[in-house]
Design a protein around this ligand. Sequence first.
Ligand SMILES: [Zn+2]
Length: 154
Amino acid sequence: MTALERIVTTSVVPLDFTYNYRVGPYLENYIQGLGRKKILGSKCPDCGKVVVPPRKVCGLCNAIMDAEGLVECGPEGTVDNFTVGHVAVVKGLIEKLDVPQVLAMVVLDGASVPLLAELKGVEPSAVARGMKVKAVFRDPTENDLSDLSHFEPV
Ligand SMILES: [Zn+2]
């Protein structure tokens, strides 16, 4: 087989665009909370569980939750689980990271379900389930999902 006859299984399509979507009242209130450096969740009127980010229907019992009656959670929480990434996908290509990235499932104080977030300020080998962490916000905030920058150890 010559170089021109190689098997082709993928092809890079260099798309780079911004996608805007209507967030609805639950995510809108959540994002506005992040702009005030507060993490809001919706509390189920039936089972009492608190879900972050807030949503209309409780994923645990299917009850309808109120978009206006959100409760504040965190800013501290506990690592429920985590993974360490050594590569990233950048525009369709896999690139090795210079520094490993820790992605953690964090159960915020006052919340019932975990929130996926990046964990910084700790060596990946030192991360453990049950570790106490706190939210770090972008400063200044911009009323955007990225206002919740990451978590770090308490
Ligand atoms: Zn419920």
